[in-house]
Design a protein around this ligand. Structure first.
Ligand SMILES: [Fe+2]
Length: 301
C-alpha cells in the first residue's frame, strides 16, 4: 500500500472532501536523518522559508526568509526549536527518490479517480511546533499526506464569501500571494480535520483553508495537481481577471465547467501569449536569513 483511496473516490472527486490512508510515514526518507539529507541535497534557492504572525481576523502576517549558508541539520534544528514553515517545493521534479514517491501518490490518485493528473508538484512541508498557516487557497487541487506530527486543518467552502472572485483572480495572475483575509464567522462554515500520520485527504479545487500545528514538528506532503477540468477552470479565472481589471466587468468565479467557462479557458491561451512579455509577479522578497546564532534563529536582511 502507498495511498489507499476509498471506492467512492471517482464519484465524489471534485465535489467532496475525500480521506485516504497511507504508510509513507514508515519510510526512512522521512526520518530526521532523511529530512536533513533532503535539505542538504535540495537546491537551497528553491527552498521556501516562511514565518507567520499567528491566527487573527484579516490578512495574516507572513515574512519570507532564505538559508543560503545553513546546513540541513541546522535548518532542522531551527524548525524544531523555532517558528518556521518550510516547503521543499517541486521535490518530485528535483530529487530522484522524491520523484518515485510522487509517482506512487499521483498514480494512486489517477487509479482512484480515473483522471489524469497534470502539473504534478509535490512539496515536502516541514514546520515548527505550534505554528499556524494563514488562511489561504491554492489554485491547483491539493492532496495532503500527513507524515509526522499532528495538526488541525480547517477547510472552508469555495464560494464568494470565503474566496472573493477578484482575490482568486489576483492569485491566478500572481498579483498577490495565496493568503486571503479571514473573518471569525467563517469557522461556522468550516470542516475541522485532525490530521495524524497515516492520514491523507484531497479537497475540491481552490477551497480556502488554514492549519494549526500541534506542539510538535510536522512533516507533510502537499501534492498539488491539475486535472483537465481544473486547468480549464483556472484558465477561465485568468480570463475573468482580465475582464475585471481591463474591461470593468464583474464576472462570476469559474467554479463549474460551463460552456461559458470553457470559452473563457480557450480565450486565456491567446491572452497569455499577448501578456507573456510583461509578467506581473508580486511574490514577497526575503527579509530574514535563517541563522542559528541570531535571535529566534532569524537574522533580518
Ligand atoms: Fe494550502
Amino acid at each position: 500500500m502507498t495511498v489507499q483511496w476509498p471506492q467512492t473516490t471517482a464519484a465524489a472527486f471534485g465535489n467532496d472532501l475525500i480521506y485516504a490512508t497511507h504508510d509513507l510515514h514508515k519510510r526512512d526518507v522521512f526520518s530526521d536523518e532523511g529530512i536533513i539529507r533532503i535539505l542538504d541535497e535540495f537546491p537551497r534557492d528553491q527552498l521556501a522559508i516562511w514565518k507567520f504572525g499567528g491566527h487573527s481576523e484579516g490578512l495574516g502576517e507572513s515574512i519570507r526568509g532564505q538559508a543560503p549558508k545553513a546546513s540541513g541539520a541546522e535548518i532542522m534544528e531551527a524548525v524544531r526549536s523555532g517558528k518556521f514553515w518550510l516547503n521543499v517545493r517541486r521535490s518530485n521534479l528535483l530529487l530522484d527518490y522524491m520523484a518515485e514517491i510522487g509517482q506512487e501518490i499521483f498514480g494512486s490518485l489517477e487509479d482512484a479517480t480515473g483522471r489524469k493528473t497534470r502539473k504534478q508538484d509535490m512539496g515536502l512541508l516541514i514546520s515548527s511546533p505550534g505554528i499556524h498557516v494563514n488562511y489561504h487557497l491554492d489554485i491547483p487541487i491539493v492532496a495532503l499526506v500527513q507524515i509526522r506530527g499532528e495538526k488541525t486543518l480547517w477547510l472552508y467552502p469555495n464560494d464568494d464569501i470565503h474566496a472573493p472572485a477578484d482575490q482568486i483572480e489576483d492569485i491566478v495572475h500572481m498579483r498577490r500571494e495565496e493568503d486571503l483575509p479571514f473573518r471569525d464567522g467563517f469557522d461556522d462554515n468550516a470542516i475541522k480535520i485532525d490530521l495524524k500520520p497515516g492520514m491523507a485527504l484531497t479537497w475540491p479545487q481552490a477551497a480556502p483553508h488554514r492549519v494549526q500545528n500541534a506542539d510538535c514538528v510536522n512533516v507533510s506532503l502537499s501534492c498539488e495537481y491539475m486535472t483537465l477540468p481544473a486547468l480549464m477552470k483556472a484558465n477561465a479565472i485568468y480570463t475573468n481577471g482580465i475582464l475585471r481589471s481591463q474591461f470593468g466587468m464583474n464576472p462570476q468565479t469559474a467554479r463549474k465547467l460551463t460552456p461559458m467557462n470553457m470559452s473563457k479557458a480557450v480565450a486565456a491561451q491567446a491572452l497569455k501569449k499577448i501578456t507573456r512579455h510583461k509578467p506581473i509577479n508580486k511574490s514577497t522578497p526575503p527579509t530574514f536569513e535563517l541563522d542559528l546564532s541570531a535571535e529566534n534563529y532569524a537574522r533580518p536582511l
